[in-house]
Ligand binder design. Structure first.
Ligand SMILES: [Zn+2]
Length: 260
C-alpha cells in the first residue's frame, strides 16, 4: 500500500526531520509493510533492494561470528533505517537484519531512490548522518562486548531498546537477548535475576516492563551514554556537533579507564 504524506504523519524520526515539500514528494514512493517478529528483512551476502524506515518495532543488525552464530552490532528502531549501507556504493549487505520486535516500516526501492536522488537532498543528508551514527554505534558495541560484564550490557540493551521503540514493555525473550548479546542463555538468566533484585523491571508473561529507568541507567555501562550522545549529535546542526563530539571523546576515555 502506497503511503500518502497528506493523510498520515510518519513516526520514523528521519522522515519527520524532512521539510514538508520533500516529504510530500517522497510519500507516493513509500510502501507500508508489516514487520513480523523473527522476519529476516535482509540476508547477509545478498543484494540490498529496499530501504526500510522503521515506524514501529526493533530490528537487530547481526554480524556472523561463525557458521552458526551471529551477534548484534546495531539496533534500529523508529530512529533509523534498514539498508543504509547500500548508499556507500556496495549493494551486497555485510550484515543480516532480523526483526526483534514486530511493528511496521515504510520502504522504498534503492533504485527508485537513486533515480530520484536529486529531488531529495534533505533525505540524503539525513541518511548520511544516520550512516555515520551506525558506524559509531557498531564500533562501540564491539568494544562493549569485549570489555564489559553481561549485567551492564543487558541494562544498556534494555535502555537502547526503549529509546528506539518508545515502549514501556518490551516483548523480548531471554533467548533473543542471549542471541543479541552473544552469550549463553544461562548467562542472561543470571543477569536477569540480578536486575530483578534491583527492582528495575517486572516480567509480565512475554513482556519486560521497565519500572525504574534511572536505576537502569546507573547500572548500564558507560557505552549507553556514549551511544546516546552519538544519536543526539547526529540530530543536531553542525555547529553543536563539535562540542558534543568532544563530550563523546571524554566519555570514551572514561569507558577505557573504567575497563582497564
Ligand atoms: Zn559497554
Amino acid at each position: 500500500m502506497a503511503y500518502c504524506a497528506e493523510t498520515l504523519r510518519p513516526r520514523n524520526r528521519l522522515l519527520q526531520s524532512l521539510p514538508e515539500d520533500e516529504l510530500q514528494r517522497l510519500g507516493p514512493l513509500l510502501e507500508r509493510v508489516s514487520l513480523t517478529p523473527r522476519r529476516v528483512l535482509q540476508h547477509a551476502g545478498l543484494p540490498i533492494e529496499h530501504l526500510y524506515f522503521v515506524e514501529e518495532g526493533l530490528v537487530s543488525v547481526l554480524a556472523k561470528v561463525d557458521e552458526r552464530h551471529a551477534v548484534e552490532v546495531w539496533l534500529i528502531g523508529r530512529d533509523g533505517v534498514v539498508g543504509s549501507t547500500a548508499l556507500l556504493g556496495d549493494r551486497i549487505s555485510t550484515f543480516g537484519h532480523l526483526v526483534q520486535v514486530g511493528g511496521s516500516a515504510l520502504r522504498i526501492g534503492i533504485e527508485v531512490l537513486e533515480h530520484a536522488a536529486a529531488d531529495f537532498p534533505s533525505l540524503r543528508a539525513a541518511l548520511d548522518g544516520y550512516l555515520h551514527e551506525g558506524l559509531m554505534q557498531s564500533s562501540q558495541s564491539a568494544a562493549c562486548g569485549l570489555r564489559h560484564p553481561v549485567l551492564k550490557r543487558l541494562a544498556r540493551w534494555l535502555l537502547m531498546a526503549q529509546d528506539r521503540s518508545d515502549l514501556d514493555a518490551l516483548p523480548v525473550t531471554q533467548d533473543a537477548l542471549a542471541r543479541s548479546l552473544g552469550v549463553r542463555r544461562p548467562t542472561v538468566s543470571e543477569a536477569f535475576k540480578q536486575l530483578e533484585q534491583h527492582g528495575v523491571f517486572a516480567r509480565e508473561r512475554a513482556l519486560i516492563r521497565i519500572l525504574d529507568r534511572a536505576s537502569l541507567e546507573r547500572i548500564a555501562c558507560r557505552c549507553y551514554r556514549a551511544m546516546r550522545l552519538v544519536r543526539d549529535t547526529s540530530e543536531k546542526p553542525k555547529t553543536k556537533r563539535r562540542v558534543m563530539a568532544l563530550s563523546l571523546l571524554w566519555i570514551l576515555f572514561e569507558v577505557e579507564l573504567a575497563a582497564s
